[in-house]
Ligand binder design. Structure first.
Ligand SMILES: C[S@@+](CC[C@H](N)C(=O)[O-])C[C@H]1O[C@@H](n2cnc3c(N)ncnc32)[C@H](O)[C@@H]1O
Length: 357
C-alpha cells in the first residue's frame, strides 16, 4: 500500500470500528497495578472504555503536574486515566488521525473534568498525524512525557513519528509506549496486506529496527519495560504470517542532552515516587529498591540523572574499570539490548499473559 492509502484505510477502519467496538479483551488489571491507578481506571466513562483499542496499561511513574502527549489517543481511555494522575496542574493532549475518534474523546472531556473535581479541564484532543506533530500545532521542547498504546505500528513512517516525538519532548523527557513488534523483517507481501495492517500486524517493526531508529533519531537506547506474547488466533492471518512471532512490548526512551558523558554511576533510590515507595521498576533489568546502592551502566545513569527521576536518586561516580558488574562505560548505540522474544522465552509466566488478535 502507498502511504496515502494506508492513512485512508486506517481512518476508515478506526472510524467504523467505533460503531461496534466493545473491547474487553485487554483491560484486566494485574496485581501489580496500584490503588491510585485502579481508581483512575475505574473512573473512566464506560463508553470510552468500551471503545478502547490498545493493549494493557501505559502508565509511567511520577506524573503529577506533567505535560503529556498521547499519540493516537483513540477514544481517550489512556488520556483520561493520565488526566487523573497528573492532577489539575498537569495537562494532557491526545492526537489522533481519525475524526470520529477525536469527536468521541472530546465529548467526554467535561464528564471527566467533573468526575475528577477539576475547575478547568486539563485535557484536549487534536486531529492530526503523529508524523507531523508540529503541523498539528504542538510545541517543540515542551512535553515531559509522551505515551502511546498500539498506534505506531499503524503508521507507514515510524522514523518520522520518533523524530517528531523527539522534537516536541523537553530535554530529559520520556516517550513511554506500548506497541506490537515482530521477531523478524516481514515479507513485502505481508506488508501490503490491508487487513493485517489494520489489525496491527503487518505494520509491526522488527524490534531491532525500533532500537536502531530510536538511537539514529537521538534518543537513548530503548529500555524494555514489559512484554507479552501477541497471539494470532485467526487461521487465515496465521497462514499469511508464517512463522513470524509477535510481541506486545512497552519501551521507554529518553531525550538526553547531546553532550552527555555516559559514565557509569552508583545510584541509590530514595523511595520518593508515589505508589513505588519500596521499589521502582525502571525496566526488566533494573528494579531499584529503596536505600540500595547499585552500579548501573552510563545509559541507565544518564537516563535517570537528566529525567524527572533525577531528584529520586543519589548519584555517585564509580571507577570505569569496575569488574563483575554492569559498570562499564556505554553509549546509547553500544548494545546491551534486551531482545523481547528472548525475554519472553525466559519468562514462562509472561507467555501466559498473551494478548490475542
Ligand atoms: C489501535 S488504536 C489505539 C487507540 C488508543 N491508543 C487506545 O489505546 O484505545 C489506533 C489509533 O491510532 C490512530 N492512528 C493510526 N495512525 C495514525 C497516525 N498516523 N496519526 C494519528 N493517529 C493515528 C487511529 O485512528 C486509532 O485511533
Amino acid at each position: 500500500m502507498e502511504c496515502s492509502q494506508v492513512y485512508d484505510s486506517v481512518k476508515d477502519y478506526y472510524g467504523k470500528l467505533l460503531d461496534d467496538r466493545n473491547n474487553q479483551t485487554c483491560v484486566t488489571l494485574g496485581s501489580e497495578v496500584s490503588k491510585t491507578v485502579r481508581e483512575a481506571v475505574a473512573a473512566i466513562h464506560e463508553e470510552v472504555t468500551s471503545k478502547f483499542d490498545g493493549c494493557g496499561l501505559v502508565i509511567p511513574e511520577k506524573l503529577k503536574e506533567m505535560k503529556i502527549l498521547d499519540l493516537g489517543s483513540g477514544s481517550g481511555r489512556d488520556t483520561f486515566i493520565l488526566s487523573k494522575l497528573i492532577g489539575p496542574e498537569g495537562h494532557i493532549t491526545g492526537i489522533d488521525i481519525t475524526e470520529e475518534m477525536v469527536a468521541i474523546s472530546t465529548k467526554f472531556i467535561n464528564y471527566h473534568r467533573k468526575k475528577f473535581g477539576y475547575k478547568e479541564a486539563n485535557t484536549d484532543f487534536v486531529q492530526g498525524y503523529i508524523e507531523k506533530l508540529r503541523e498539528a500545532g504542538l510545541k517543540e521542547n515542551y512535553y515531559d512525557v509522551i505515551i502511546s498504546n498500539g498506534v505506531i505500528n499503524l503508521t507507514p513512517d515510524k522514523r518520522a513519528v520518533l523524530k517528531e516525538a523527539y522534537t516536541v519532548l523537553k530535554e530529559g523527557g520520556e516517550i513511554h509506549f506500548r506497541d506490537v513488534y515482530a521477531d523478524r523483517e516481514l515479507d513485502c507481501s505481508v506488508r501490503k496486506d490491508k487487513e493485517l495492517w489494520n489489525e496491527c500486524l503487518s505494520g509491526t517493526l522488527y524490534w531491532k529496527d525500533l532500537v536502531r531508529m530510536a538511537v539514529e533519531v537521538g534518543f537513548s537506547r530503548p529500555f524494555l519495560v514489559s512484554a507479552a506474547t501477541f497471539v494470532v488466533n485467526k487461521e487465515d492471518f496465521q497462514r499469511k504470517l508464517g512463522d513470524a512471532r509477535f510481541a506486545s512490548v512497552t519501551y521507554r526512551l529518553f531525550k538526553l542532552p547531546s553532550d552527555t558523558d555516559f559514565a557509569p554511576a552508583q545510584v541509590t533510590y530514595k523511595g520518593g515516587i508515589p505508589d513505588h515507595e519500596e521499589e521502582f521498576k525502571f525496566d526488566v533489568k533494573h528494579t531499584f529498591k529503596k536505600g540500595n546502592a547499585v552500579t548501573v551502566t552510563g545509559a541507565v545513569a544518564v537516563s535517570l540523572k537528566y529525567s524527572r527521576f533525577s531528584d529520586e536518586f543519589v548519584f555517585k561516580p564509580v571507577p570505569t574499570d569496575v569488574n563483575g558488574t554492569d559498570g562499564h562505560k556505554t553509549t546509547p548505540d553500544e548494545v546491551d539490548l534486551e531482545n523481547p522474544f528472548d525475554y519472553l522465552d525466559k519468562q514462562p509466566e509472561n507467555g501466559k499473559k498473551a494478548e490475542a488478535s
